[in-house]
Design a protein around this ligand. Sequence first.
Ligand SMILES: [Cu+2]
Length: 232
Amino acid sequence: MVRIKTSALLIPMLCGLIAGPALAGDIVGKVKYAGNAPAPAKISITKDQAVCGKEPHVEESLLVAADKGVKNVVIDVADPKDGKPMPPAAKNPAVDQTGCKFLPRVQIVPAGQMLDINNNDGILHNIHTFPKNNVPLNAAQPKFKKTVQAKFDKPDVVQIKCDVHSWMTGWIVVAGHPYYALSDAAGSFTISGVPAGTYTLEYWHEKLGKQTKPVTVPATGSVTADFEYAAK
Ligand SMILES: [Cu+2]
């Protein structure tokens, strides 16, 4: 009994050593919305009109393309096997406050990475973060304070708001490993170089919520993992 168990463990281990680098594939897909794209509701600018009202603001919490692709969905492998950390970015990721909007609205930031929150508007903003697993930040950012920094050490989904301009909102998804992707305007995404195996894939959207589905990553090439959110 013991012998059989040992060899059953050893053979795949030895094969792994002989094969050299880990076998890995890509997860590609498209996220869609089963309903009609919502009409972009206009946001009324109630403060700092000269700066914030330069460009019209519309509701961007659910962006659906003509063919139903959903932008700003974060897709990640919930249970990666190799547990390697996300490589640090070459320079600090940044959230810009421009025209009283957080740009980009949604972004993925490696855990432990310093994030620059920039004030490009020359007026007072007040950064307020709402983490679940990290330390919150609530800091006034007067017009002369170009950058406030924030760091999130643990994986999380963090909403950012401005206490001065109630319509301003953005999201930081803090990644503890590299197997994350953000869907583009067409709803498409790619997670590259995932070690072969079967995983749970998570789809998170600020308005449509979190959904999961299993995915099996091949040793070479890619697997397609499309997903459709039910209409709200
Ligand atoms: Cu503001």
